[in-house]
Ligand binder design. Structure first.
Ligand code: DQA
Length: 147
């Protein structure tokens, strides 16, 4: 039985669709979850898709993925730029980590150019809007099933 693919979302991503839509688009997080679930249909992998505005809760879920996950996709949102604790939790994983952003932080304010999470990520998908999550699922599948 294949393990789950975790998709974790950081602060303010619950507001997708209404939050700065000119940057993040009109697709809601529920829509993104449905697209990820569809992409996993027939693969045998369960989807664990969650969002939290709390750093500690995200860390608890990363710890959970150590046992139950085969790959972890994370959009750390603002915490990517600030959280050493999130980086430390990700570094304790032995499964691949894929960092995903809707926007391309490299083309935005300077404080978004650095990501602690990138130091633990196998790869980064950024700038493709909601489609980026489906690309991340595809990357997760190729890293796990062809491993
Ligand atoms: C984001 C980019 C971050 O800089 C920002 O803080 C977010 C969203 C993105 O998906 O583009 O909240 O992670």
């Amino acid at each position: 039985m294949p393990k789950a693919i975790y998709v974790l979302n950081g602060p303010n991503l619950n507001l997708l669709g209404v939050r700065e839509p000119e940057i993040y688009g009109y697709t809601t997080l529920a829509d993104i979850e449905a697209n990820c679930a569809k992409r996993l249909e027939g693969t045998g992998h369960a989807l664990v898709f969650r969002q939290s505005n709390h750093e500690g809760e995200l860390i608890d879920w990363i710890h959970e993925a150590r046992e139950h996950g085969c790959a972890l996709i994370i959009n750390p949102a603002g915490y990517g730029h600030t959280s050493v604790a999130l980086l430390d939790a990700l570094k304790a994983l032995s499964i691949p980590v894929i960092e995903c952003h809707l926007s391309n932080p490299q083309t935005r304010e300077a404080f978004r150019h650095h990501s602690y999470v990138s130091l633990a990520a196998k790869g980064i998908i950024a700038g493709f809007g909601a489609t980026g999550y489906e690309l991340a699922i595809q990357a997760a599948l190729s890293l796990t099933d062809n491993a």
